[in-house]
Design a protein around this ligand. Structure first.
Ligand SMILES: CC/C=C\C/C=C\C/C=C\C/C=C\CCC(=O)SCCNC(=O)CCNC(=O)[C@H](O)C(C)(C)COP(=O)(O)OP(=O)(O)OC[C@H]1O[C@@H](n2cnc3c(N)ncnc32)[C@H](O)[C@@H]1OP(=O)(O)O
Ligand SMILES: Cc1cc2nc3c(=O)[nH]c(=O)nc-3n(C[C@H](O)[C@H](O)[C@H](O)COP(=O)(O)OP(=O)(O)OC[C@H]3O[C@@H](n4cnc5c(N)ncnc54)[C@H](O)[C@@H]3O)c2cc1C
Length: 659
């Protein structure tokens, strides 16, 4: 008798859900942060999913031009809905998230507006923000140049003050000074916050921000002296190609003096440069803000990939029966679990550390308002380090999820290739991950050097103050082992640098070790914040237990993956390392019956997930089959090109065979 495999697969997800040992609705609240957050997200996700304009299943088949136009259409429609429905800022931002198509809007809200808020005076904010809030102007963030991205102090664009006219002259003196990469610049933006070297009274005062109009508000044509366009196609089909990353050159473009962002420093009518009493690093404030939001985004991207891979692994069956009986769900294979469950745990870990980072950022911002700059370094180290570690891990994890889905994971309809292509530049933008980790390492070295002077480290570096204890202790397998590993790696680096002829040379020589020390420090933060989370009062049947399991999985997996560090620094014995691995295997067995429910708790609609493999109903095979027929190649039975290229070839073979 023919078995209806499709119906059986659907039943499988129902059975998986029934087997879960915790309250999924309560876990949704733990994941989202509150009942309110679940409800708003749910409403916005459904609003987007039910609107045909937001359709995205055909995205990978569109040409670049059509994709870009589709992005403009979606952005305009999203704005129309936001205005019509009078959505709050929270609702509007969620709606944009669920539209799920990178575009100029991300940079307008994500960087242009924050740059003006952070670096503009009150007067400047009053003038520019209402225009931006109503989309009467569209802005982007033009910092990176063709020749320099990481090295912000090396930017070449100039802004020279002309006291005769009370204007700045913005100029691109070389090819390498062309602005290159800014999202939204290529085709959409009318304005940009441009970072340029401020020159006044013949002196170069370094990098400052300026608001510059680029295009006419009448017909969108570039203003005189402005050359701009798109920088070209990027990695993957669909994916980040919806974004118009741009190139921009200035030929002596004049802007009024009051378009220099003057909160941090000013140029007077006479051309005098006046430095405010705030640290100059606040110029980098927009990057700090975006880095913390990128950490929150990491858990979103990772949880999407994991949701697809877990559901599909519960549906997919291979081997296990020699006599025609049911085969084994691939989710039951120990190898599948040991590859997948650490990623599931990482999604939760990144979510909670992202929430904490958001709290830290808000706290630092409030302190800055009352001129307390004491936590600026902590904010920089945490945002830079967490951005680097979470984005690298997430990019690797999405690719691992693709492999976990076997051949079908390679199809666009799995959603994973596009997710990877959209996500992977997060390892580069907003600071290359290596460059950012070296920033963390510098701060670690500074902290170690201050230990002898008796200065007590604070915040996430406070553990380094326990130096006497941590350098000697034999650790149990818990946070202390992570603290000892991080501290000992940092101290080793500092000792090695100390032996070099000078500090800079030592830092340069030891930079590969410094990277690893920085990663160890950041992983300690992630583990610590996860532990703090599970120590909170978490309502709902079984929810706390599940989170405790995932926390242990994250910690033990990290330990297992970096066992070399723990052993080399003597933070663990080989026996402890082996025991930790044993324990990890046992934890996977506890996660297994809850895996599907744990990804259901992310509460993603099928629209947002965009994957036939990750469908909520588990009806994978009919959907895959149906999806294939939608490909433009299947519009005709006989392909275009048959008459030109296939038929002559086949006829020729026929003639040859008759010879
Ligand atoms: C609604 C949507 C919301 C959000 C959007 C979400 C996601 C966005 C989506 C997509 C993103 C798309 C595009 C991304 C856009 C971009 O990529 S914009 C460009 C980003 N560019 C970079 O990140 C450049 C990286 N480089 C740097 O940050 C700096 O050049 C550097 C930090 C590497 C080096 O700086 P320098 O001034 O040269 O030197 P230093 O000697 O190393 O540092 C001097 C001191 O300053 C401290 N410091 C450095 N950075 C910061 C900071 N950000 N904050 C605070 N302090 C900082 C440093 O620690 C030194 O301190 P000392 O005490 O030792 O003097
Ligand atoms: C999709 C995307 C969107 C972007 N959007 C914007 C935007 O909106 N606005 C904007 O201004 N910019 C934007 N950027 C630019 C982005 O911020 C830069 O690409 C990023 O900061 C990295 O700089 P870079 O390209 O100069 O890399 P490079 O610094 O040239 O990196 C090349 C290699 O050199 C290494 N390296 C560099 N410096 C060091 C060092 N000191 N020590 C050791 N190794 C080092 C790096 O690790 C990397 O391996 C975007 C980029 C991308 C990919």
């Amino acid at each position: 008798m023919a078995v209806d495999h499709a119906a059986a697969e659907v039943d499988h997800l129902a059975a998986e859900r029934a087997a879960a040992r915790f309250d999924v609705e309560a876990m949704k609240i733990a994941w989202a942060g509150s009942r309110h957050a679940v409800d708003v997200a749910d409403r916005m996700a459904r609003l987007v999913a039910s609107d045909p304009v937001f359709r995205k299943d055909n995205r990978t088949m569109l040409s670049r031009k059509d994709l870009f136009k589709d992005t403009l259409r979606k952005a305009a429609h999203a704005w129309k809905r936001i205005v019509e429905l009078r959505l709050t800022e929270e609702e509007a931002s969620l709606l944009r998230q669920y539209v799920d198509q990178p575009g100029y809007v991300d940079l307008h809200w994500g960087m242009f507006v924050p740059a003006i808020k952070g670096q503009g005076t009150e007067e400047q904010q009053k003038k520019w923000l209402p225009l931006a809030y109503k989309f009467q102007i569209i802005g982007c963030y033009a910092q990176t140049e063709l020749g320099h991205g990481s090295n912000v102090q090396g930017l070449e664009t100039t802004a020279t003050f002309d006291p005769m006219t009370d204007e700045f002259v913005i100029h691109s003196p070389t090819l390498t000074s062309s602005k290159w990469w800014p999202g939204g610049l290529g085709k959409a933006s009318t304005h940009a916050v441009v970072y340029a070297r401020l020159i006044t009274e013949g002196k170069d005062y370094g990098i400052h921000g300026f608001i510059v109009q680029l295009r006419s508000l009448e017909d969108h044509s570039p203003l005189p002296g402005v050359t701009l366009g798109d920088i070209g196609g990027k990695f993957g089909s669909g994916a980040y190609n919806s974004m118009d990353n741009g190139v921009l050159r200035f030929d002596h473009v004049r802007i009024p003096r009051d378009q220099m962002l003057m909160r941090l420093s000013q140029v007077t009518r006479e051309g005098k440069y006046v430095q405010s009493d705030v640290p100059k690093q606040l110029l980098y404030g927009t990057m700090v803000y975006v880095r913390q939001s990128i950490v929150a985004d990491a858990s979103k991207a990772l949880s999407r990939a994991v949701c697809i891979a877990v559901r599909y692994s519960a549906i997919r069956k291979q081997f296990g029966s020699q006599d025609g009986g049911p085969e084994t769900q691939v989710l039951n294979y120990r190898t599948q679990q040991s590859r997948l469950f650490p990623l599931l745990a990482s999604a939760y870990a990144f979510r909670f550390v992202g929430d904490w980072l958001n709290w830290l950022y808000t706290d630092v911002t409030q302190k800055l308002e009352v001129k307390d700059y004491s936590t600026l370094q902590e904010a920089h180290a945490c945002t830079a380090g967490l951005k680097a570690v979470t984005t690298s891990a997430t990019a690797d994890a999405i690719e691992e999820c693709r492999k976990l889905c076997g051949g079908h994971g390679y199809l666009n309809s799995s959603g994973l290739p596009e997710l990877f292509a959209v996500y992977v530049p997060a390892c580069t933008y907003e600071g290359d991950n290596v460059v950012l980790l070296l920033q963390v390492a510098r701060i670690l070295m500074k902290t170690v050097s201050q230990l002898t002077s008796g200065k007590q480290p604070v915040g996430t570096m406070a553990y380094m103050g326990k130096v006497q204890h941590l350098m000697q202790s034999k650790c149990a397998v818990k946070t202390e082992a992570f603290e000892a590993r991080a501290l000992r790696m940092a101290v080793n680096c500092a000792q090695n640098i100390g032996q070099a002829s000078n500090q800079e040379e030592g830092f340069y020589e030891r930079s590969p070790d410094l990277l690893e020390a920085a990663v160890a420090h950041i992983q300690l933060i992630i583990v610590t914040k996860f532990i703090e989370k599970v120590h909170q009062d978490i309502p709902g049947h079984g929810v706390k237990e599940q989170l405790q399991n995932l926390c242990n999985v994250y910690a033990l997996y990290t330990l297992h993956k970096h066992l070399g560090d723990f052993l080399a620094t003597g933070s663990l014995t080989p026996k402890q390392g082996a025991l930790a691995n044993e324990q990890l295997g046992k934890l996977y067995a506890q996660v297994r019956p809850n895996a599907v429910a744990l990804v259901d708790a992310f509460n993603y609609t099928d629209h947002y997930l965009g994957s036939v493999l990750g469908r909520y109903d588990g009806n994978v095979y009919p959907a895959l089959y149906e999806e294939a027929w939608k490909d433009p190649l299947n519009e005709t039975v006989v392909p275009e090109g048959y008459h030109e290229y296939l038929r002559p070839l086949l006829k020729q073979q026929l003639k040859l065979s008759r010879l």
